[in-house]
Write a protein that binds this ligand. Sequence first.
Ligand code: DON
Length: 304
Amino acid sequence: MIKYPDILHNIQLEINKVPDRGNVASYIPELSKIDPHKFGMHIIDANQNEFSVGDSEEAFSIQSISKVLSLSQAIGLIGEELWSRVDVEPSGDPFNHLSLLEQENGIPRNPLINAGAIVVADILVSKLKNPKEDFLTYIQEISGDKSINFDADVATSEKETGFRNYAAANLLKSYGNLHNDVDTVLDFYFHQCSLALNCKQLTKLFFVFMNRGKCLQNKTYLTTSQVKRINALMLTCGFYDEAGEFAFEVGLPGKSGVGGGIVALLPDNYCVATWSPGLNKKGNSKLGMLALEMLTTATKQSIF
Ligand code: DON
């Protein structure tokens, strides 16, 4: 029997001792206002027992974590067809790099880097009647939480400074891999990234990937094969040019965001979310990664 409350308490004590918490993202001006001393962690196990420490009920911008959910909704809508427009290989590059996109004729390496997520956003804009509303409803239904919403200030802030994403979308368009207009797709993409959730809500949302496609309310959203693919992508691409390091240190499929959140899961076992806004040089939460390494070391459980 794993003593999660003791383990979480010890992790929090250790985290509080670390002097260098990393740097809060500033390229989206709204995110630079967040207090770097925040730290929260929440676990939900397969039997729906829950454990938490710190600021686990304070909402933050989930940013790139949303890419897993847009991918999941797009796979549900168009299935295997998606893989003709996005590849499934790790890029080994930072999340916003564009050089491979040009070398590889407008096919993004994977759906979790920005260019790949913009193609997925384009698919949702094509397939959904009211893209932003329908995506939000999807999130609210899977998590069972109708209070979840976009943060309009964060979306506007990113729109004003999202030059690289405009470059990515224009490059995709020039290769014929963006079917809608650049502004419409990016408006959707900036909103999906602005979703505000706390650690507790994130674990409830990602329960579906831990639980072979069935959400907390026991409704099936994805086949086991689709969940296998999404979890494989999180493991190999979820941390960009630090995916190897995350697998090496933590050993779980997971996804980070520049808001400082990380969500990770052990299939059939538990789902965990951390929030510490300071990022390392690769754009992943510095102390979130450390907390998760401590968790899998203490529990002696990982996928390996
Ligand atoms: O497109 C961007 O740059 C942001 N909306 C999301 C980037 C992000 O979260 C990268 N993850 N660590």
